[in-house]
Design a protein. Structure first.
Length: 647
């Protein structure tokens, strides 16, 4: 393990930054504060630094550990994490565990200006008065787009459990570019992109994203049927991965929790802990059996095409009937309800595409369901859905999520036992068939403490490499210096390349990551700077900068170029609706500027060649300094403008 990840670590290329600082010094010495740096000839289109190792890169100098990354060295993997009720997405490096970035999605972020700029508000959605519709969210699951059964580095999809939205993050800019609102549901929890088309074999990449709804509600939910609890329902939703429009929904019995998709594109699965459709705690736990529910995607889409659908309320999204009563003949069924023990939690597909592993949660077991057998059930070749279960090993207390190593082993997190249990898929199948000599459990490892998700390097792809498992634990208690009543969580890096699992380090993570994925670094191809032409409102030249009035609407067009804004001052009148459009004309990688206005609650950044805008009412007369908030230059403190609001 250590060998090849060491070999691929390249020295950190720092020449771009160095070149910029030199150029900046020259411009300062020369033209004073004039907007300078035009002479900089840095090639903005150079290939990303991390796309493969530099030729002849020496193995990393590890400070005594093969799992640490020495200063100046790059990590081997990216880890993307959902941040739970913090509402953002986080980017880490592995094996170091260093946090690189927080990508605001459903939250408000004053550094970037997410939820403050007009562009971000348009993505989040606004009320008629221009305020953001929602400023909170709860991200549980994030999964990237696939091509050919592995990550293609294009998109990352992430759920919001609070306000029922699906967001998309572009992996080249690592920014959220679209958010879809899901109708008719509450408690949007599990989410997973498909991996290919169920019918058209030429489409071997992600075109759909599936979303599970955990909480049942009256349909439609506009104040009628509140007390008719038995009629509350949940739906399973399909969103188009490109347009981010909601394509269709399926009405189901029970609820949805986690979601998984098959490698052949034919099936999506969701675990159901509330087949009882209860609204109280005892109701939801009354049945000994709940389900893993499978969806036949091709049949559902045919029904949508054929118009065998209904709609609810003012939603136009077509809804197919996937309830048990409407799907009694397997040969035409949209859904297959496979009974599994009480209140399961996660469902994860093995990297060979053969098995779905469901974690028992309230049952100390896992249930292994064979993909081919589910397809056979849909062909009418099995008597009972339960015949698709090929193993049900005893794992320990509180199983939540399962990861794989690509060598036939599964790793299930045990919340109550505070352990990872490593088990053999083959062994579990043999034991289920009655082989008393079969070895199922291979290893147990204490983690600290109470793990939620466990996930492996490239483990949810065909390129699963079996090197690392990360256990994201819900409690850290004594593992770190105390920081008041709220502790961080522990993200533990575990080497799974040998027979025994070994914890190699602990990382504190700010609350509360749920799920994460670990991607080989060369799959991610970030851009270095933006493309000026991608912004229709860009202020491309200094002659375009200025104050433009249309009645009481004023547009201030500004350019930032280190170390100055194009207008040292601008005048508006009290009562004006002011829109500031700011283009950062600097072309140098990492040369970001900020723009904040005193006492006007405005703050955002513009990255190289990026344009952003803000709109606000000039409701206070006086002089208001605008300053660059992002350290950009030796003259950063002096980089200011003055907004003069005439009474
Ligand atoms: Cu187990 Cu929302 Cu994936 Cu949290 S869920 S742990
Ligand atoms: Cu521009 Cu700091
Ligand atoms: Ca239940």
């Amino acid at each position: 393990m250590s060998q090849d990840h060491n070999q691929s670590l390249a020295p950190m290329p720092d020449t771009g930054r160095r070149r910029f600082l030199n150029t900046a010094a020259v411009s300062l010495a020369g033209a004073g504060l004039a907007v300078g740096l035009a002479a900089c000839k840095q090639d903005a289109t150079a290939t990303p630094a991390v796309a493969g190792a530099a030729p002849g890169a020496a193995p990393a100098a590890h400070g005594g550990s093969e799992y640490s990354v020495a200063p100046g060295q790059l990590d081997t993997y990216y880890m993307f994490s959902s941040a739970g009720h913090a509402g953002d997405v986080r980017v880490f490096g592995l094996p170091s565990g260093r946090e690189f970035k927080r990508i605001p999605v459903f939250n408000t972020d004053c550094m970037i200006g997410w939820g403050i700029t007009n562009e971000s508000k348009a993505i989040i959605g606004t009320n008629p008065d221009g305020t953001v519709k929602y400023n909170t969210g709860d991200t549980h699951h994030l999964h990237p787009s696939y091509t050919d059964g592995t990550y293609d580095g294009k998109y990352l999809f992430v759920n919001d459990k609070i306000n029922c939205r699906l967001a998309r993050v572009r992996l080249d800019t690592m920014e959220c570019d679209k958010i879809a609102q899901l109708p008719n549901i509450q408690g949007f929890h599990g989410t997973f992109p498909d991996k290919r088309d169920p019918v058209d074999s030429s489409i071997n990449h992600t075109t759909r994203v599936f979303c599970g709804a955990e909480f049942s509600v009256p349909l439609p939910n506009f104040g009628k049927g509140i007390d008719d609890v038995a009629a509350y329902r949940s739906l399973f939703t399909c969103v188009d991965a490109e347009s981010m429009e909601v394509r269709w929904q399926v009405l189901i019995d029970g609820n949805c929790e986690l979601v998984a998709t098959s490698y052949d594109g034919k099936l999506a699965a969701t675990t159901q802990y509330n087949t009882e459709m209860g609204t109280s705690f005892p109701d939801m736990m009354s049945a000994e059996w709940d389900s893993c529910l499978f969806f036949n995607i091709a049949r559902i889409e045919q029904a949508v095409k054929d118009g065998k659908v209904k709609t609810y309320g003012d939603s136009k999204v077509p809804v197919v009937d996937g309830t048990k009563a409407a799907n009694t003949d397997p040969k035409t069924a949209f859904t297959c309800y496979v009974p599994i023990p009480k209140n399961p939690h996660g469902v994860n597909i093995s990297p060979d595409g053969k098995y779905y592993a469901c974690a028992g949660k309230l049952s100390p077991s896992g249930s292994l369901i064979e993909h081919e057998k589910v397809l056979k059930w849909f062909e009418g070749e099995l008597k009972e859905p339960r015949e698709t279960v090929v193993a049900e090993p005893d794992l320990g207390l509180g199983p939540l999520h399962t990861a794989f190593d690509g060598r036939g082993n599964a790793y299930t997190t045990l919340f109550l036992d505070s352990q990872i249990v490593k088990w053999s898929i083959d062994g579990a199948i043999k034991a289920y068939q009655g082989d008393k000599n079969a070895t199922v459990v291979l290893d147990r490892l204490d983690v600290h403490y109470q793990p939620g998700h466990g996930f492996t390097s490239m483990g949810e792809t065909r390129e699963c490499d079996g090197k690392f498992l990360v256990s994201d634990n819900k409690f850290s208690k004594d593992r770190f210096l105390p920081v008041g009543p709220l502790h961080p969580e522990t993200s533990q890096l575990i080497d799974i390349s040998g027979d025994k699992m070994v914890i190699v380090h602990d990382n504190p993570v700010s609350s509360e990551p749920h799920d994460s994925i670990i991607i080989r670094r060369e799959i991610i191809r970030p851009v270095k700077i933006y493309n000026l032409d991608d912004f229709p409102n860009a202020v491309k030249e200094h002659k375009d900068s200025g104050v433009f009035r249309d009645g009481n609407k004023v547009t201030v067009k500004l350019i930032s170029q280190a170390p100055a804004f194009s207008l040292p001052e601008f005048r508006v009148k009290k009562g004006d609706e002011v829109t500031i459009v700011l283009t950062n004309l600097d072309k140098i990688e990492d040369l970001t500027h900020g723009f904040a206005i005193q006492r006007y609650n405005i703050n955002f950044i513009v990255n190289p060649q990026e344009t952003k805008s803000v709109t606000f009412k000039a409701d206070k007369a006086g002089v208001f300094w605008c300053y660059c908030t992002h350290f950009c230059h030796a003259m950063h403190m002096e980089m200011r403008s003055r907004m003069i609001v005439e009474a």
